[in-house]
Ligand binder design. Structure first.
Ligand SMILES: Nc1ncnc2c1ncn2[C@@H]1O[C@H](COP(=O)(O)OP(=O)(O)OP(=O)(O)O)[C@@H](O)[C@H]1O
Length: 303
């Protein structure tokens, strides 16, 4: 049996009349990079805060390696809060060392770890500067160093990529992949879906406080509708409109994009295209994570 890792089991949470989470459920295995995506207000931050224990759930459980998460377990979680949490007037190295000490490291180990992570995240030259004097992107690098400095066994990061320049995005991506390769379960939220698609082993899409899709990008694709690209240069406008179960999504130049509904036949689309003249291309289109996400969010509006 595979190690269970971090399990979020049927967590519900209300803020007064607002239902923030409804039986939110997912798990992140050791060594897995899990992308947590959803619209604004879908419940990602609330879930992460509950996993960390800074907020309590109304019901449900958070487990690590099959056991309820305790105060002791939480010392081994590296957390990057959305609201960020650095002391503005403390110097970079001082702050990282302090946070490592707070998680139980010896003074010597804490200093060494602070220096190592400052170097790795490209802020070593600013080690003696107050955090408030750094640019926002550099503050964010320090924030990631703060989440990593005590060598956590679990990483929970709330929008770690927001506001970073492309070089910092690369550094952050590498660090997260390395941590996962060391066996750490890594969960992070992001609205940058191209990045999530590139980086993550698994993705969870949250809608209105519930996990509505959870799997590898390939698995999520398999659950979505089939789309076809048909390049038929002589086809008149509307050539595919009357085909049963077929929805025309658009046409660019000579290429028409269609979506196949329940019971629709791709061969019927091909025959209809050939009836108009030559067909230069007839292919299945792989939807991007952004397109999959949009279709889930659209279902929300339709529901
Ligand atoms: N302290 C609070 N008091 C009242 N309602 C809250 C509070 N915190 C969050 N909410 C509500 O709970 C819901 C979930 O919010 P949450 O911040 O978890 O979403 P999110 O997915 O992290 O959003 P975003 O992508 O915008 O950061 C929203 O409806 C939000 O307005």
């Amino acid at each position: 049996m595979r190690e269970p890792g971090l399990e979020i089991d049927a967590i519900s949470k209300r803020y007064g009349d607002v239902v923030a989470l409804r039986e939110m459920t997912f798990s992140v295995r050791p060594g897995e990079l899990f992308g947590f995506v959803g619209s604004n207000g879908a419940g990602k931050t609330t879930t992460m805060r509950i996993a960390l224990g800074v907020l309590s759930a109304d019901s449900g459980a958070v487990r690590w390696a099959g056991e309820p998460v305790t105060h002791e377990t939480r010392r081994h979680i590296g957390y990057m809060p959305e609201e960020r949490g650095l002391y503005p007037k403390m110097k970079v190295a001082e702050q990282l060392t302090y946070l490592a000490r707070l998680h139980g490291m010896s003074a010597v180990d804490a200093r060494a770890s602070a220096a190592r992570w400052a170097e790795r995240l490209g802020v070593a030259a600013r080690r003696d500067d107050e955090v408030q004097k750094l640019s926002l992107g550099n503050q964010q690098r320090v924030q990631l160093a703060a989440a990593l400095v005590h060598e956590p066994r679990i990483l929970v990061l709330d929008e770690p990529f927001s506001g970073l320049d492309p070089v910092a995005v690369d550094v952050m991506s590498q660090v997260l992949s390395e941590k996962a390769a060391e066996g750490v379960p890594v969960v992070f939220s992001s609205h940058q879906l191209d990045l999530v698609e590139r980086l993550c082993d698994r993705v969870g899409i949250v809608r209105s406080g519930q996990m509505v899709a959870d799997g590898t990008v390939a698995e999520l694709r398999a659950g979505g509708a089939v789309r076809l690209l048909v390049d038929a240069p002589e086809a008149p406008d509307g050539w595919a409109d009357a085909l049963p179960g077929v929805k025309v999504l658009g046409r660019e130049g000579t290429v028409t994009e269609v979506e196949l509904g329940e019971g629709a036949d791709d061969q019927a689309v091909l025959r209809a295209a050939l009836a108009t003249g030559p067909v230069r291309e007839f292919a299945r289109k792989q939807p991007s994570l952004t397109e999959l996400f949009r279709s889930v969010v659209t279902q929300e509006v339709a529901a």
